[in-house]
Structure formats: C-alpha cells, structure tokens
Write a new protein. Structure first.
Lengths: 77, 195
C-alpha cells in the first residue's frame, strides 16, 4: 500500500516530525506559545471554534432534537 | 473511557492515553454522539494543538485549501460518521490523523487535476524545492538545528535523530521545540504579510 506514510516527500516527513512535537508539547506550553505569538493564550483555540462553529451548530441542533425526541418518548404513556 | 484530555496534562499523556479496558476493546469505535461530546469537550490546549497541526499540513502539503478548511473538513467527516473514531485511541491524535489524511487526499487531487498552471506542487517539484530551501535557510545560523531539520526531512525520527545530533534527551527536545517554533513564526509572518 502506498499511503502518506511511505510515499512522503521531504516536506511531508518534516510535517510528521513537527506534528509529533506539537502533540508531545504540554498544554500550558502550547497556550503560552499562543500568547507569545498573538498576545492571547486563547487566540488559536478561538480560531478553532470559529472554523467549526457552523458544524457545532448543525450537529448540536440535531443532537438536541434527537434528545428531546427521546425525552418525549419517555414521557408518553 | 478515555475521551478527553485536560490542558494541564503533559503532552505525552495527551497522545498516549491509557490502555483500553476490556469493555473498550470490545467496541470497534466510539459512537457519533461520543464524538460530538469529545469535540465539545476539547480543552483550549487541545484546540490550539489541532489548529497548529492543521496549519502544518496545509503549509507543507500545498493544497488549494487553507488550514481552517482542513480542520472543518476533518471535524465534519468525524461528526458525519465518514471517519470512525477507533476505541482506545485518544481523540486529539485521532483528529490529527484525519487532518493528515485529508491533506494528503487534497494534495493528491490537486496533483492529479490537469492544470495549465506551471506551479504544480509535486515531490521533487520546483515549488517543493523552493519551500525546502526556504525552510532550511531559517537555520543558517544554527548548524545543529539545520542538521536535525535535514534529518527530519530524510525521515529520521526520535532516538536515531537525537543520537546523530549528539545531544542529550533534554537538549534534543528543547532543540526540536525551537525548530518548530522558528518555522511557526516564519509561517505566521508570511500570513500577516499576505493579509
């Protein structure tokens, strides 16, 4: 099989190493880096939320509807 | 069940998690409701990590999409059930893997599309070579860091790379972090210039 792991170019391999480092970095240090780069420790977390806001709304609404539907069923006698 | 991480956890704990229990092993993957709960429960540190991961793949894969698109698509595929979250795998590394797969897929799509533009990204291509040289030039003042970056580009990892650098574990970790930070700052500068 020729997937990403064994067909990577130099930049792809570098990406793997950088991601490894990100995932191994303690949370407080990541937030401190964000504060250093953007003047706000929550800047990137907020950007994340912004990027997926429409998805959250869509799936939370669906989840809520399913939940209330379950509740309705539960109260039916 | 190991669903979430806290911002005060060490990175290693965030990535490794604990051994799955027998109950977890019996389940092939978490449900969509559990995935939604995991998304909602991500800590600020987890969100920060995943945004950084998306940026790394968007910058190095050269798709026509940006890192916000990558992130959005990864979460969409997970919540729509197109990508199942395997039981026992912590959520953050799972999302990271999904982002990586999409970046590869989008890069491949761009690569396969017939294009009249000469600036197509490909292994060994002109743009890839320029990007590689630009990144290496960031470490012109630090031969050791440059050597480690070259090693990373050649696919060396962990202990192999540390040994060849001649650094102790702590020194190597520190150097690796400095390398990543310098690259991140360069990308940040470029993004601010582009705005």
């Amino acid at each position: 099989m020729t997937g990403p792991s064994n067909r990577l170019d130099p930049l792809g391999r570098l990406a793997g190493a950088l991601v490894e480092d990100i995932l191994a970095t303690p949370g407080p240090e990541l937030l401190a880096q964000s504060a250093e780069d953007y003047g706000d420790a929550r800047a990137l977390a907020a950007e994340f939320e912004k990027a997926i806001a429409s998805l959250r709304k869509k799936f939370e609404t669906a989840d809520g509807a399913a939940g209330s539907s379950e509740t309705d069923k539960g109260t039916e006698v | 069940m190991i669903l979430f991480s806290e911002s005060d956890l060490a990175g290693a704990e965030r990535t490794k998690g604990a051994m799955p229990t027998e109950e977890e092993m019996a389940v092939a993957s978490y449900s969509l409701a559990e995935a939604l709960t995991a998304v909602k429960s991500l800590s600020d540190a987890d969100r920060t990590a995943l945004l950084k991961v998306a940026r790394v793949y968007a910058r190095t894969r050269k798709t026509k999409y940006d890192y916000q698109d990558l992130l959005h698509e990864a979460i969409a595929r997970i919540l729509e059930g197109k990508r199942n979250w395997p039981a026992g795998l912590p959520f953050v590394p799972f999302v990271s893997g999904v982002i990586r797969g999409i970046a590869w897929e989008w890069r491949t799509e761009a690569h396969n599309k017939p294009s009249s533009e000469p600036a197509v990204y490909e292994e060994g291509g002109v743009i890839a070579r320029i990007d590689t040289q630009k990144l290496l030039a960031l470490f012109d003042d630090d031969a050791l860091a440059r050597g480690i970056v070259i090693g990373m580009m050649e696919g060396a990892r962990g202990e192999e790379l540390r040994k060849s650098s001649g650094l102790s574990d702590t020194e190597y970790e520190s150097k690796r972090r400095k390398i990543r930070r310098r690259i991140e700052r360069q990308w940040l500068e470029e993004e601010q210039t582009d705005r």
